[in-house]
Design a protein around this ligand. Sequence first.
Ligand SMILES: NC(=O)c1ccc[n+]([C@@H]2O[C@H](COP(=O)([O-])OP(=O)(O)OC[C@H]3O[C@@H](n4cnc5c(N)ncnc54)[C@H](OP(=O)(O)O)[C@@H]3O)[C@@H](O)[C@H]2O)c1
Length: 242
Amino acid sequence: MDVIVTGATGGIGSSLVRQAVESPEIEKVYCRYRNQEKFDSFFGTDHPKIITEKYDASCHKEDSGILKVLQKEPPRSIACVYTAFSISPIKRVGTYTADEIKENISINVLNLVLLTNQLVQLKQKYKTQLRLINIDSGAAYNPLNGWGLYSGAKAYANMYLRTVQLENPDIKIVSYEPGVVDTPMQEEIRRTDKAVFDRVNQFKEYYNNKMLRSPDKIAEDIIKRFILSWEGTEFKEGYEIK
Ligand SMILES: NC(=O)c1ccc[n+]([C@@H]2O[C@H](COP(=O)([O-])OP(=O)(O)OC[C@H]3O[C@@H](n4cnc5c(N)ncnc54)[C@H](OP(=O)(O)O)[C@@H]3O)[C@@H](O)[C@H]2O)c1
């Protein structure tokens, strides 16, 4: 089994990469990231199992280094975990700039759609067994003040992947709900002004009361249940951590 992690330097993403590299059952780990320095400081410059692609998801780019490698050496099976995602900007609708909207939709929607399309093509051409693992959020189902772009993108990802599942019963797809996890995304949420995000104090309390989940635990759960084995039989939202 090979694994793609789309946001390899993020909280959950970097835990996934570290654990995937250590797993003898995972052969190659394809890493996408936007910051080379950060990536090198996490994983070094030379790891035999890692294949890298510096990729700024805010810029639309159809050409993918990872896809080129995969087309040259199609794996028997590959799992893609979509961890590249942005909650920025946390702002009320009516205050976004056009560039902010475009950037968020490019990172959160366009790239997921584009990469999934390419992976389904790979599966069709080379009979690669494909697993797609989305990281779900309660925000996909419940609106929150200031989170419009994020919530909308999360809901989009679920419906898009449900369609992929409908069209491709042979692909294993899951939308995994991790709960509230101690990552840079949560730091950003806690920095929000209360006038924009009225529930910010609740998120500060989660943090102060040490209620956040560890990204290592989430990565371990994903690898165990959806990469090294498979708990789902069809697309399902809201798989909770055990
Ligand atoms: N943390 C939570 O409580 C929570 C709850 C529910 C769902 N999730 C989901 O879990 C997934 C992982 O998030 P996380 O919590 O680990 O947050 P995170 O640490 O902020 O990770 C987000 C990732 O997206 C990458 N990214 C952002 N903008 C990018 C761009 N323009 N180009 C390329 N990569 C970009 C980040 O890269 P950099 O490392 O360079 O910043 C990082 O790798 C996301 O889908 C998130 O929605 C998180």
